[in-house]
Design a protein around this ligand. Structure first.
Ligand code: FES
Length: 86
């Protein structure tokens, strides 16, 4: 399965590996306001809370993260996920 749902608040958006590089890109394409800058895992501005589900990082995040925080610029879902903007 290459397409997954991303739930946040009352919205449901779709991540498709054919069209999206990372979760940040899907959030931006759906006009969901989220900060970002480096898009390399340094700055931490694109972090969200992962409330349910699993993601896969392309490489190890450099920004400091608390438990359940993920960097959307360097990961993609591996199943349906529930997130909350920090
Ligand atoms: S945009 Fe900087 S860590 Fe994601």
């Amino acid at each position: 399965m290459k397409s997954f749902k991303i739930f946040l608040k009352k919205r449901e958006i779709f991540f498709d590996r054919k069209f999206h590089r990372n979760i940040l890109e899907v959030l931006q394409n759906n006009q969901i306001p989220i900060g970002y800058q480096c898009q390399l895992g340094f700055c931490g501005l694109c972090k969200v809370y992962l409330k349910k589900g699993d993601i896969s990082y392309f490489y190890r995040p450099i920004a400091l993260l608390k438990s359940k925080e993920i960097l959307t610029c360097i990961c993609r879902p591996v199943n349906n996920i529930v997130i909350e903007i920090c």
